[in-house]
Ligand binder design. Structure first.
Ligand SMILES: Nc1nc2c(ncn2[C@@H]2O[C@H](COP(=O)(O)OP(=O)(O)O)[C@@H](O)[C@H]2O)c(=O)[nH]1
Ligand SMILES: [Mg+2]
Length: 230
């Protein structure tokens, strides 16, 4: 059998040249809907910005904040010409004004239903407070809309090994086949490789062909007794 002297390898997925592209307050301001993008979502303070910084090795790429519920913008980062990561505004805490929550809901609902380049969602949950009403809302929407979903149990450094494993099993059991789940810590360097592998799988797929969804995102139920943990 003849083996060609040179074989063409598919382009390697990497985040080496990722950079900030733009912020959008609503769907109409989003960059052109071409190629593919993966969006990070989660409750405010879940660790989205920290996760994007850790993942990319750029500590100032996405801003991190100790003041939850303040950033209401959709932030886009360019990986390469047709690939993007998206930092969605965090779902606010109980003390965020109702009007702001409504605005959040309207913008995210439009983004999720209409953004054709969206090929997967990463849902971040603080490992100490998983499966809150907001998380159920996202899980239900992904299930109904057929959107691939990967869950990060963030800040896992806050629990001992036994606690981490219990939380992981609990969430895995709850979501079943709906999503994949992993432990993650931006501050202690846990989970980068698994997340990169997941993103690479989604963002190098050759058959992405999403259609608009007519499934609305439900309004997350009110949460009582919110705590702000760093
Ligand atoms: N211990 C710990 N703290 C974290 C971790 N990731 C984020 N934080 C802290 O949690 C707070 C919220 O993080 P941020 O990334 O701004 O959350 P976002 O609102 O979801 O973007 C900040 O004070 C971070 O320093 C982590 O892996 N471990
Ligand atoms: Mg943030």
């Amino acid at each position: 059998m003849n083996i060609p002297a040179t074989t063409t390898n598919p382009p390697r997925f990497n985040l080496d040249s990722i950079h900030f592209l733009k912020s959008a307050a609503k769907l109409a301001q989003c960059p052109e809907d071409i190629g593919m993008e993966v969006a990070f979502c989660g409750r405010s303070n879940a660790g989205k910005s920290s996760a994007i910084n850790y993942l990319t090795g750029q500590h100032k790429l996405a801003r991190t904040s100790r003041t939850p519920g303040r950033t209401q913008l959709i932030n886009f980062f360019t990986i390469s010409e047709q690939l993007r990561l998206v930092d969605l505004p965090g779902y606010g805490y109980a003390k965020v004004p109702t009007a702001m929550k409504r605005e959040w809901h309207e913008n995210i609902d439009k983004y999720l239903r209409n953004r054709l380049s969206l090929c997967g969602l990463v849902l971040l949950m603080d490992i100490r407070h998983p499966l809150k009403p907001f998380d159920h809302t996202m899980l239900d929407w992904c299930a109904g809309a057929g959107m691939p979903l990967h869950i990060l149990l963030t800040k896992c450094d806050k629990l001992k090994r036994g606690g981490q494993q219990n939380a992981l099993l609990h969430v895995k059991k709850h979501v079943g086949d709906l999503a994949t789940v992993q432990l993650f810590s931006s501050t202690h360097g846990v989970g980068q490789k698994i997340l990169l592998h997941k993103l690479s799988g989604w963002l190098t797929a050759e058959d992405h062909n999403r259609e608009m969804s007519d499934l609305s995102l439900a309004e997350p139920a009110e949460e009582a007794g919110d705590t702000i943990d760093s």
